[in-house]
Design a protein around this ligand. Structure first.
Ligand code: SF4
Length: 280
């Protein structure tokens, strides 16, 4: 598809909002949304009023460092919104007598399958909406005025286009997929950054996120990997499965303790993703 027809196609499904109250970039902190941020800065796509990243307080340091790097190279304000601390939720959920999960991560279960995930919604999607409400000047519980239209730009690229369509989170939001409009893949984003001499953004996800390939686990620093191992041990402490499940959870797809996994193996399947699924 040519860029022109791609634009027409995606804009027919997700039309740009005319004179939006606010236009924001839902910033995942990784390659695709960093590319969009710089494209907007250079006038290659519509300019958002702000970029917002939901932060569970557990991103690798490389992600926070890149956010600082990006913020210095754009006049678009970049907000980090911490709606929930993911480690705190994991700790507190173990402390509850009934084993209730306050926030569920997509852990691998010993008897097969995965745990249902709520962290994306709590850490990412709700965070973006709360920051938008602040930018609109709304107080807690205050209704959004009827004529409010907020355009939310999502960084889904052509290689993950099946993930498009998860938003809007609220009736007063409309979504837009600028990378799909521009017919850009993940590789195109890397090339775009390279060609303009921007540093490549790291892949963004919580340190303890089970959506990691072996390669992605290897990219953590020693201290970050140790933190993930401690959490991995912790979620099985006491030998009680999470509420509503029959078997113990693991962070790695092998369903063995993370410390014992041979991470030097080549990944056979592409890495699953929080950012695409939750559209941040
Ligand atoms: S990156 Fe992983 S752990 Fe973090 S919110 Fe997304 S799915 Fe959950």
């Amino acid at each position: 598809m040519s860029v022109q027809s791609s634009r027409e196609f995606w804009r027919a499904i997700h039309p740009p909002v005319e004179k939006p109250t606010l236009r924001i970039l839902s910033h995942g902190g990784g390659v695709q949304t960093s590319t969009l941020l710089f494209m907007a800065e250079r006038g290659e796509i519509d300019r958002p009023d702000a970029a917002i990243m939901g932060d569970g307080g557990n991103e690798p340091q490389a992600v926070y460092d890149y956010l600082a790097y990006a913020s210095e190279r754009t006049r678009i304000p970049v907000y980090l919104y911490n709606n929930a601390n993911i480690l705190e939720h994991i700790r507190r959920s173990k402390g509850l007598p009934d084993g209730k999960q306050l926030m569920a991560l997509p852990y691998y279960l010993a008897d097969g399958g995965r745990m249902m995930r709520t962290c994306t919604n709590t850490v990412k999607i709700e965070a973006v909406t709360k920051q938008v409400r602040q930018l609109l000047g709304l107080t807690k519980g205050q209704r959004v005025p009827l004529n409010t239209r907020v355009e939310v730009m999502i960084g889904i690229s052509t290689d993950e286009k099946s993930r498009a369509g998860g938003f809007p989170a609220e009736r007063w939001q409309s979504v837009r997929y600028p990378l799909l409009e521009e017919e850009m893949s993940f590789g195109d984003c890397l090339r775009w950054l390279d060609d303009r001499q921007y540093k490549r953004a790291p892949r963004s996800r919580c340190i303890v996120c089970p959506f990691r390939s072996n390669e992605s686990w290897r990219q953590l620093t020693k201290a970050e990997f140790e933190q993930a191992c401690e959490v991995d041990d912790f979620i099985r402490e006491g030998g009680t499965p999470p509420r509503g499940y029959q078997s113990l959870p693991y962070l790695h797809a092998d369903r063995v303790p993370l410390r014992q996994v041979d991470l030097s193996r080549v990944d056979l399947f592409p890495e699953d993703d929080c950012t695409g699924s939750c559209s941040t």
